[in-house]
Ligand binder design. Sequence first.
Ligand SMILES: N[C@H](CCC[C@H](N)C(=O)O)C(=O)O
Length: 278
Amino acid sequence: MNGLGNDFVVLDARADALALVPDAIRAIADRKEGIGCDQLVALEPSTKADVFMRIWNADGGEVAACGNAARCVAALVAAEQGRPQVSIETEDQVLGALVGSDNQVTIDMGVPRLAWNEIPLAEPFHDTRRIELQAGPIDAPVMHSPAVVNVGNPHALFFVDDVEAIDLGRIGSMLEHHPLFPERANISLVQVLSPGHLKIRTWERGAGLTRACGTAACASAVAAIRRELTGRKVKVSLPGGDLVIEWREADGHVLMTGPYALDFEGTLPEGLLAGAGV
Ligand SMILES: N[C@H](CCC[C@H](N)C(=O)O)C(=O)O
């Protein structure tokens, strides 16, 4: 499945648990030898929601949030349950979801976490709208003073004049692994096109450059609103397409609306996991 080109292998592990070790995840995610995906998702039973969504990045690391995958899983479960409103438990929180028409899904991503130790950062910064961090030549930093936001996963948002003018593929990994981020971070460039429209590019923790990152779109909107650069409802344009993000005034929840797509359905090719020692 995919959300704006951010692609996933979604395994149904509700009938029998999968003991997926990192090597197996990397084998499935491998675009040459495996099936190929940015993240691997396993559906598991839940006592608190309609389903438990377990998420691993292509590098084999388990993570607690994936916005684009949440829309895909919501659509699957809504079709099974025969109702448009479903809930998804993750390691981080229970997400509410509403499946609309023409493949649009809205996910309630909960309340963003904004304190330095909730991102988390390795040292205290009391204004997380911009922290001291820069990248690029010391005398001409191309990116500096990012905002940081946690929407179930850590994000650093660098506001720049032109997201196309910076080679994120070259510096993304260095920033992802910067010592300031003890759990690493998803790194985004954010360009304000208008008070209602952002354009972003993201280097994802554990996956690299992707066509879209739902949690980065949420984090970018929150960061822009905190800097009073946009209204509370923002269109976010990513390489793979657009999402609409609203940081609701009434309860502080972030709502993300966008498409999902089912690419194909089948079973894992025989032997794929054997090679990974599973
Ligand atoms: N790379 C992210 C997880 C996937 C997020 C992204 N695919 C999304 O749609 O939110 C992380 O390590 O936190």
